[in-house]
Design a protein around this ligand. Structure first.
Ligand code: TTP
Ligand code: MG
Length: 396
């Protein structure tokens, strides 16, 4: 069973302002701008919420509701800086941190419990450190999945600390409105209300078939969430990112030699960008688009991450062959790498697909030459032979 923590800062922008300006503490602070200006409230302190001020409300309305409020401009740079410090604290407990915005993140601490104690203890430590080191308060939720952890962190804001155990998940959910389920916006909420479904408990009592009949696949999702089931993994920023290149041909083509050269060229570009950004990827994806604009993507995940064009090309070619590219006229070919991980130059070969130090050094050298003399300064024999037919601007 997984252990997930969700951390969400309390009245984030406003709390940063109160922390930076002690005179504003304990007072209604409204961040967004002048109360006479157009524009909306970004957020406000809990003191201001007592007057009915809310995020996304027009500033003028906030001015009417809370005329003695302290109205401040948005200092985005400052909030980003503090956000960085918060995320750094979280990453001390696990590399599996998924920031959702500047002020909230998921942590998968399943593998951290041996080192740091139970998830509840980790959550308490995190709250304590954010308070002591940054002078800010956070709310946390602890559960066995993302949906419940996020729900938990929101149940007792501010300074909330809520643990939802697997056994109690259904009963905690039952009285809550359906809008608490992910994916239920005002439209779906209205639709569900017409079906007589107002609380999550109402959905729990319904057989999945009837939800599926009315809402299709979304009905199944609702059923699962209503029962507190959610399998989505915590995905780090690096993993969510991908690095890719694609090329659209001036004319559709089925020239295999030409296509293989293009594919190799794309792999070289992708590998070079991976190395430039200091990451290696585990999932290779090939994208093909044919004359009829039908797009096919094929992907495979390798045993370890790579930033080698040779490895990427081997897999990309195999994927293209699996997709039967020889039988198609193509208008676009693309290659990308995802499931990225940071690589330190030196320890690279310890965990990557390839244990080949010489090749790593060769790549470093080629990268240096390209950095100094340009992308075309050095190129592979195969590319030189085959690339004559490709107009330069279409080479990647
Ligand atoms: P939230 O976490 O939604 O709100 P909050 O942290 O201010 O208050 P709390 O979590 O205690 O309820 O959003 C985080 C920040 O994002 C918030 O401080 C300001 C910004 N934000 C906007 O700029 N516009 C918005 O409409 C919302 C909701 C947030
Ligand atoms: Mg918040």
């Amino acid at each position: 069973m997984r252990r997930i923590i969700h951390v969400d800062m309390d009245a984030f922008y406003a709390s940063v302002e109160q922390r930076d300006h002690p005179a504003y503490r304990g007072k209604p602070v409204i961040v967004g701008g002048d109360p006479h200006s157009r524009g909306v409230v970004s957020t406000c302190s809990y003191e201001a919420r007592k007057f009915g001020v809310r995020s996304a409300m027009p500033l003028r309305e906030a001015g009417r509701l809370c005329p003695h409020g302290i109205f401040l401009p948005v200092r985005m740079g400052r909030y980003q800086e503090i956000s960085g410090a918060i995320m750094a604290i979280l990453r001390e407990y696990t590399p599996l941190v998924e920031p959702l915005s500047l002020d909230e993140a998921f942590l998968d601490v399943t593998g951290s419990e041996k080192l740091f104690g139970p998830a509840e203890q980790i959550a308490a430590e995190i709250v304590g450190r954010i308070d002591r080191q940054l002078g800010l308060s956070a709310s946390v939720g602890v559960a066995h999945n993302k949906f419940l952890a996020k729900l938990a962190s929101d149940l007792q804001k501010p300074k909330g600390f809520v643990v939802i155990n697997q056994e109690e998940a259904r009963s905690v959910l039952a009285p809550l409105p359906v809008s608490r389920l992910w994916g239920v916006g005002p439209k779906t909420e209205e639709y569900l209300r017409k079906m007589g479904l107002v609380t999550i408990g109402d959905i729990q009592r319904l057989p999945v078939e009837s939800l599926r009949r009315n809402l299709g696949a979304a009905g199944e999702d609702l059923h699962r969430l209503a029962h507190g089931i959610d399998d989505r993994p915590v995905v780090t920023e690096e993993e969510a990112k991908s690095i890719g290149h694609e090329v659209t041909f001036p004319e559709d083509t089925d020239d295999r030699d030409f296509l293989e050269s293009v594919l190799l060229d794309l792999c070289i570009r992708v590998a070079r960008r991976l190395r430039k950004e200091g990451v290696a990827g585990r999932t290779v994806t090939v994208k093909l688009r044919d004359t009829d604009f039908v797009t096919i993507t094929r992907r495979r995940t390798l045993a370890g991450p790579t930033d080698f064009e040779e490895t990427i090309y081997d897999h990309a070619l195999a994927l293209a062959q699996e997709a039967n590219w020889a039988k198609k006229r193509l208008r676009l070919v693309g290659v990308s790498l995802s499931s990225l991980q940071k690589t330190g130059l030196k320890q690279l070969s310890l965990f990557t697909e390839e244990k080949n130090e010489d090749l790593h050094r060769l790549h470093e050298t080629i990268d240096l030459i390209k950095d100094r003399f340009g992308e075309d300064a050095i190129t592979r024999g195969r590319l030189l032979r085959k690339s004559r037919g490709i107009p330069a601007e279409h080479r990647g």
